[in-house]
Design a protein around this ligand. Structure first.
Ligand SMILES: Nc1ncnc2c1ncn2[C@@H]1O[C@H](COP(=O)(O)OP(=O)(O)OP(=O)(O)O)[C@@H](O)[C@H]1O
Length: 304
């Protein structure tokens, strides 16, 4: 069963259409929801949580209809909001225990789960200090911990790397991956940085001004654009011409020739050309593009 399905999901505000007839299916695993600022990512999450109503279409999460089954849905879902919304005068433990209790856990279980999740996000040592003294990275971890504490089946993480430096981003992304790998909790994670999602996501959904631009696995994204990097002892420009004469799409990149991979037979053709021309073969390797390179110009404003 898919984790999330939407059908013609639409949200119109008076001046802007935040989601425009979005139909998509999201399965288990880590899924990236990517788009420039204002693309509709947060709006989609709020609608999936059942806290905002769509103006058209519908959706379900874990089989629960967002319109009729919101309370049951929210019991099984965790949510990490985008903006900083933490009280400064309580400790991480106090806050997360409180939120676990609100999610319905008995006190003992809430305490136990809080200790476990704070350890998981790397906040165990600091867990009794007031949140007001925490760094941005620590605050993001508290938000992640509270999203996980009631052991949901899926979590929605809205821009978890926001405001973090490169090291903090890497650490947060590794944590996001582990949410699924270690606990089996599916993740929908938003970012306006396409490049960073590629590293931790199984699938990517791309929104542009509320419209679905693409939904596919990261592997599909990158495989579709695979190339062979070929280095021969001859001049690369001459090799490009020889390969092109055999119907391959090839371009020169320094001393390399990059050949579009159009199936396994591309390898055979390259081998034949190299043999026929008497080149020495220095290198033959498959290259995958990054998903950020695979995008068309419509997503030019997505930061990569
Ligand atoms: N309550 C609201 N009233 C009017 N317009 C809104 C409201 N909430 C969002 N919007 C608009 O809907 C569009 C999508 O906003 P949304 O916050 O979902 O985008 P986003 O992709 O999450 O971007 P960001 O990362 O900047 O939050 C934007 O144009 C935004 O201005």
């Amino acid at each position: 069963m898919p984790v999330i399905t939407t059908h013609q999901l639409t949200k119109r505000y008076p001046r802007v259409t935040a989601l425009d007839r979005l139909t998509v299916e999201i399965g288990a695993g880590v899924t990236g929801l990517v788009g420039a600022n204002g693309a509709g990512k947060s709006t989609l999450i709020k609608i999936l949580l059942g806290v905002e109503d769509p103006t058209g279409g519908g959706a379900s999460v874990l089989g629960h209809d967002i319109a009729s089954d919101g309370a049951a849905l929210r019991r099984r879902v965790g949510y990490m909001p985008e903006h900083d919304c933490l009280p400064g005068d309580v400790s991480a433990t106090e806050l997360v225990v409180h939120l676990a209790r609100m999610a319905g856990l008995p006190l003992d279980a809430a305490r136990e789960r809080t200790a476990d999740t704070l350890r998981h996000v790397g906040l165990y040592e600091e867990r009794y200090r007031p949140i007001g003294g925490y760094s941005t990275g620590m605050r993001q971890r508290v938000k992640l911990a509270q999203a996980l504490v009631h052991d949901p089946q899926v979590v929605f993480l809205d821009e978890p790397t926001n405001g973090l430096d490169p090291v903090g981003r890497d650490e947060m992304l590794a944590l996001v991956r582990r949410v699924y790998d270690d606990f089996g909790i599916s993740v929908l994670v938003t970012s306006h940085l396409l490049g960073e999602l590629e590293r931790v996501c199984d699938d990517v959904v791309v929104l542009d001004a509320g419209v679905l631009l693409r939904s596919s696995s990261v592997a599909e994204f990158t495989q579709a654009s695979a190339q062979l990097a070929v280095e021969v002892t001859a001049d690369a420009g001459i090799a490009v011409a020889a390969l092109a004469a055999r119907g391959l799409r090839a371009v020169r990149e320094g001393s390399l020739v990059l050949v579009d991979l159009a199936g396994e037979e591309t390898y055979d053709t390259v081998r034949d050309v190299v043999a026929e021309q008497g080149y020495g073969l220095v290198r033959l390797e498959r290259r995958r593009h990054h998903i950020s390179e695979v995008f068309d110009e419509r997503t030019a404003d997505v930061v990569v």
